[in-house]
Design a protein around this ligand. Structure first.
Ligand SMILES: Nc1ncnc2c1ncn2[C@@H]1O[C@H](COP(=O)(O)OP(=O)(O)O)[C@@H](O)[C@H]1O
Ligand SMILES: [Mg+2]
Length: 257
């Protein structure tokens, strides 16, 4: 089954965009046809795939506002089989404009419906908030992938997030599933990191991916070169982590609520 997956966490800096960038690239390199949607007006996913900000004339905002069609915004990327709907800063305005629309939480779902059959995976990189952009992403999605940084309060933050997701499921999208929880920025030399892994696994059990993404500076450097780490330094521990995650996802699609 083709799948639309939101990458969401209300916290910033937990690895959402890094995961969108590298997981989508890893799956595309495994010969799956993949689309990523940059739904964060900051546009780090867009620039991380080598697309210069001023080269994007039309983006997700223009789709939301009905000013253009999919074919005007959908682009190829430097990764074979990977396509993107990029963003512009205008997307900030969508939060306000959507508010005035009837059926305001279903606009993205309507936009993506005709694309579902074309892509094995569609990933939506969400902003670090629970406004209308994230709600639209979650209503359009089959499931949510939640990156969590290996740090203090990870379990508390996650418990809140899961409660929020359940409310969205109850109110807006009754088939929304939890795709999986991804532990990121793990430092194997720190006992704190090891403790967090144990705590999160104890509470969320099979919903936590076996793959853990290590803290690796290459993951932070690569976007500056306009490339996912998987192309920039394929042998780095960060790139290898996301390749393993892609394998895990391809082999097992059964992490459900
Ligand atoms: N595993 C990692 N190791 C090292 N740096 C990382 C890792 N994951 C993300 N980063 C860096 O941390 C910062 C926040 O990550 P990002 O993916 O942008 O988070 P979010 O999208 O949740 O705000 C970025 O500068 C990114 O390059
Ligand atoms: Mg981000």
């Amino acid at each position: 089954m083709n799948k639309i997956i939101s990458i969401a966490n209300q916290k910033g800096g937990v690895g959402k965009t890094t995961t969108a960038l590298n997981l989508s690239s890893a799956l595309a390199l495994s010969n799956e046809t993949v689309l990523v949607i940059d739904s964060d007006p900051q546009g780090n996913l867009t620039t991380g795939l080598g697309i210069k900000r001023d080269a994007v004339k039309l983006g997700l905002y223009d789709l939301y506002s009905g000013k253009c069609g999919i074919d005007d915004v959908l682009r190829r990327t430097i990764v074979p089989n990977l396509y993107i709907i990029p963003t512009t800063m205008d997307l900030y305005v969508s939060e306000i404009e959507l508010f005035e629309q009837a059926d305001r939480e279903r606009v993205l779902k309507r936009i993506l419906d005709p694309l579902k059959s074309e892509f094995r995976y569609i990933f939506i990189d969400c902003p670090p908030s629970f406004g209308l952009l994230t709600l639209n992403a979650l209503v359009a999605s089959h499931s949510v992938l939640v990156p969590v940084q290996c740090e203090h309060f990870a379990v508390e933050g996650l418990s809140l997030l899961i409660k929020l997701l359940w409310r969205i499921r109850g109110g807006f999208n009754e088939t929304l599933d939890l795709e999986g929880i991804l532990l990121t920025m793990h430092n194997r030399h720190l006992s704190l990191s090891r403790q967090i892994v144990d705590d999160v696994r104890k509470v969320f059990r099979s919903k936590v991916y076996d793959t853990i993404i290590p803290r690796n500076v290459v993951l932070a450097e690569a976007p500056g070169h306009g490339k996912p780490a998987i192309l920039y330094a394929p042998n780095s521990s960060g790139a290898q982590g996301y390749l393993m995650l892609a394998k895990e996802i391809l082999n097992d699609n059964s992490l459900l609520f």
